[in-house]
Design a protein. Structure first.
Length: 450
């Protein structure tokens, strides 16, 4: 223990760091400038980030009232908030990106505008407006394309030129539908979730006073899942961090799976120079979640990629198990998945993960036929089998994961490889991969050595 860790206060600081390994401790002690924390699956990033925030506040490096942690989902925010609260009595703001931006937008609007801010539409409200504006086209694909374009900071006239970056084709008549949708929203004085960032950026770019207020709000900013940030979110963060003493971005390029929503791991990989100096990157290589064979499987999924993803290092003494079985059709695959779930061990958590909601429906029928209780996306019900898309399972973990690589047609992209990697790394003890050996689904990314 160093001299700085001795004494009554030092013992408190050492207690904060006590559960961390040497690399995690090094990250937790980094308090100035920009820290890029490359945190692989199961690497203990929540513990590291929570300890770093608690330590910085305990040592007086940051004002707790000007310290904020940003997560991408409500569930992740609650988990992070609970972990931080267990380490410090100081009140630290933990929020989702959307929630923090919305609260700032409403505050600035009340100070600089003469009208009330637009009302916020939920997904159903947005779909209803799109349906009314374009009654001859299904709203879902149009709204997905609008979300991608707005998150990417594109104007209607620019979207078609940039469509090669979109992981799905632009729907016919997209630009006309987009303009009608925006017009209908203006007439109702309403905004959707993507407008939160666009309107906030508009105010910050046009008002020096607004920029000064926002910049003075933060001394320390931590952003989790930075591989999933969009250009719009990144632009807003640069305003937030313009006077901060410390910025920490946390993520894993190998777990970037939301390009359809405008996100890109480019910002995580090229964060140096975007925020304050000095810049430091620390990689957390240890996987504390999964058994050795599961980690080997996950690494082998990434190995053929031209991208230089970090490889996870096994820490657990448990070997873990991985099985792989091919089927001629999805009904047979779904039946086997349900049979495996029925044999779950007492006290062990089980999840069945699939690429599409269509596949989940078939799996749910097989579970119901066997009277196996199951919960919806994200899990929750105790003792039930969690039935989830791979996207909804991100950030979660189970003792056993049954991966149903089924009927969804996918493009041969790096994102599809990453989706399979995310699915594999949800498993702690057992990973069962059930697949259709077709070049049209995720099985193309399964290494032959499994």
């Amino acid at each position: 223990m160093s001299n700085n860790d001795k004494g009554p206060e030092g013992q408190g600081r050492e207690a904060i760091l006590s559960a961390l390994d040497p690399v995690q401790r090094e990250a937790a002690r980094q308090k100035e400038g920009t820290l890029c924390l490359m945190a692989g699956a199961g690497s203990g990033k929540t513990s590291t980030v929570s300890s770093r925030i608690a330590l910085g506040v305990a040592e007086g490096a940051w004002n707790p009232a000007k310290t904020v942690a940003i997560a991408f989902s409500k569930q992740a925010a609650l988990s992070l908030k609970s972990r931080i609260a267990s380490m410090t009595e100081k009140k630290i703001r933990v929020s989702t990106f959307h929630s923090l931006a919305l609260s700032q937008l409403r505050r600035l609007w009340s100070l600089f505008a003469l009208s009330d801010p637009p009302s916020l539409l939920d997904e159903r409200g947005s779909a209803r407006i799109m349906e009314e504006a374009c009654p001859d086209a299904p709203p879902a694909p149009l709204l997905s394309a609008v979300k991608w374009a707005k998150s990417s900071l594109l104007a209607p006239g620019e979207a078609a030129c940039a469509s090669s970056q979109l992981p799905f084709p632009l729907p016919p008549g997209f630009e006309g539908a987009w303009e009608k949708y925006e017009k209908a929203k203006r007439e109702r004085w309403a905004m959707d979730f993507d407008d939160i960032f666009l309107l906030l950026l508009r105010i910050l770019k046009s008002s020096p006073e607004a920029r000064s207020m926002v910049a003075g709000s933060f001394e320390s900013i931590t952003v989790d899942e930075y591989q999933d940030v969009s250009p719009a979110q990144h632009a807003v963060l640069k305003f937030w961090a313009s006077r901060a003493q410390s910025v920490c971005v946390v993520g894993d390029p190998a777990q970037s799976i939301y390009s359809f929503a405008g996100s890109s791991n480019w910002f995580l990989k090229h964060v140096e120079g975007d925020f304050l100096s000095p810049y430091r990157q620390i990689f957390l290589p240890s996987n504390y979640r999964s058994g050795r064979e599961i980690i080997r499987c996950a690494n082998s999924i990434l190995a053929p990629s031209p991208e230089k993803y970090g490889r996870s290092k096994a820490v657990s003494r448990a070997r873990g198990s991985v099985s792989k079985e091919a089927f001629i059709d999805f009904p047979s695959l779904a039946s086997k998945a349900a049979d495996l779930a029925k044999k779950r061990e007492k006290g062990k958590t089980v999840a069945i993960l699939a690429r599409s909601r269509r596949d989940l429906e078939a799996l749910a029928k097989e579970l119901s036929a066997r009277s196996i209780p199951y919960s919806g996306p994200g899990g929750g019900a105790e003792g039930a089998v969690a039935l989830s898309t791979i996207h909804a399972a991100k950030g979660l973990e189970w003792d056993r994961v049954i991966l149903a690589v089924g009927t969804e047609r996918v493009e041969p992209s790096e994102e599809e490889r990453r989706i399979l990697y995310v699915a594999a790394t949800r498993a702690k003890e057992k990973l069962d991969i059930l697949f259709l050996p077709s070049p049209l689904n995720l099985s193309r990314f399964l290494p032959f050595s499994l």
